[in-house]
Ligand binder design. Structure first.
Ligand code: NDP
Ligand code: F7E
Length: 325
């Protein structure tokens, strides 16, 4: 029986990982799944995390809890993004080690790479240049998470791994009008514009930045694929001081193209305009996913299908159920 603690199981990614692990359980895999909500266990609280890890002593930890948000949230609450993410990573990774956890998987982000990194971005672009200012504090915390795992591996011989997702979306996303990422923000804005008969929808920035979007079910599958790799396979495909693996679909679109696609899916036919007082952020973020592909994993869900499914999920939620953080 493998005992797995999923930190952040009520979030978009943690929720998808939990669904896939429950499906494995239903298929007969011997798994014990441990979860705690944010109110039951605040991961920024070192004493509480220590007591939890000592009591539960899981075999594997999946760290999908973090302070997460789009460009506006990152730019507006930089102290929250760096403080909470550093605390969560330090507490979970160190206390997992102290409780004898041998394997851990944590989620980083594509924003760890320099803003001018060559595209597509390879894993070895890490720490080769200046970061994007709109999310630098969050990126620094995510880089610290990678280096925590590498350092515990090197000093203590444990098996702590990091996956670096591209921009994600899907059921369970945050549809807040300001603090969310672009894809859920535009689903909501176009839906409301169609519903209210508005003639214009405004998107932030120039529409020119390019982003790569991966469905959360693909992300959850990739996370479990990496978690399950035998240690010698993981180590053969990484290096002690370059131990993270990119996860993406290998294709990007401009924000203007994304907006047009979401307008089509939501049935909105009015004008689309740009608010260029809002930041563009990084010009382009496309992951080099060849390392993961060579190990045997590829994304399956196309962008249009994925957005249609996410929009259907959005429509299914009552207004009160939608997350508004
Ligand atoms: N969404 C995306 O586009 C991307 C996400 N990632 C990474 O993937 C991971 C998962 O992100 P995602 O699922 O989208 O984020 P969500 O915001 O959907 O989920 C994060 C979860 O973490 C929990 N959490 C936050 N702070 C604490 C805390 N102090 N103690 C306990 N629980 C806490 C949240 O609980 P509550 O809501 O109650 O606060 C929430 O359930 C993160 O590491 C993120 O950085 C990387 C790239 C892109
Ligand atoms: C995953 C990643 O997410 C964040 O970085 P980002 O990729 O810049 O994320 P974003 O989804 O918020 O924006 C993408 C682009 O889209 C444009 N855009 C248009 N209209 C809206 C809009 O309505 N909302 C938002 N949020 N963006 C909009 C926006 O101006 C930008 O050009 C990081 O802070 C960090 O958290 C991180 O790692």
């Amino acid at each position: 029986m493998r005992k797995i603690y999923i930190a952040g199981h009520r979030g978009m990614v943690g929720g998808a990982i939990l669904r896939q692990l429950k499906a494995r359980q239903a298929d007969g895999e011997a798994l014990e799944l441990v979860t705690r909500t944010h109110s039951e266990l605040d991961l920024t609280d070192q004493t509480a995390v220590r007591a939890f890890m000592q009591a539960e002593r899981p075999d594997v930890v999946i760290l999908a809890a973090a302070k997460v948000g789009g460009i506006h949230a990152n730019n507006t609450y930089p102290a929250d993004f760096i403080y909470e993410n550093l605390m969560i990573e330090c507490n979970v990774i160190h206390q997992a080690f102290a409780a004898g956890v041998r394997r851990l998987l944590q989620l980083g982000s594509s924003c760890i790479y320099p803003r001018e990194a060559a595209q597509p971005m390879r894993e070895d672009a890490l720490l080769t240049g200046v970061l994007e200012p709109t999310n630098e504090p969050y990126a620094v915390a995510k880089i610290a998470g990678i280096k925590l795992c590498e350092s515990y591996n090197r000093q203590h011989g444990v098996d702590y791994r990091s996956v670096m997702p591209t921009n994600l979306y899907g059921p369970g996303d945050n549809f807040h009008p300001e603090n969310s990422h672009v894809l859920p923000a535009l689903i909501r804005r176009f839906h409301e514009a169609k519903r209210d008969g508005l003639e214009e929808v405004v998107i932030w920035g120039t529409g020119k930045p390019r982003r790569e979007f991966l469905h959360v079910d693909d992300m959850a599958e990739a996370s479990l694929f990496v978690m399950d790799l035998p240690q010698d396979v993981y180590q053969a495909n990484t290096q002690p001081m370059l131990s993270h693996i990119n996860v993406g679909c290998g294709q990007d679109v401009s924000i203007a193209e994304l907006a047009a696609l979401i307008a089509k899916i939501t049935g909105y036919s009015g004008r689309i305009t740009q608010d260029t007082t809002k930041p563009d952020g990084t010009k382009r973020k496309l992951m080099d996913v060849s390392r993961l592909a060579e190990m045997g994993w590829k994304a399956r869900i196309g962008l249009e299908d994925g957005i249609r499914e996410t929009y259907a999920w959005f429509l299914d939620q009552s207004a009160g159920d939608l997350r508004a953080k």
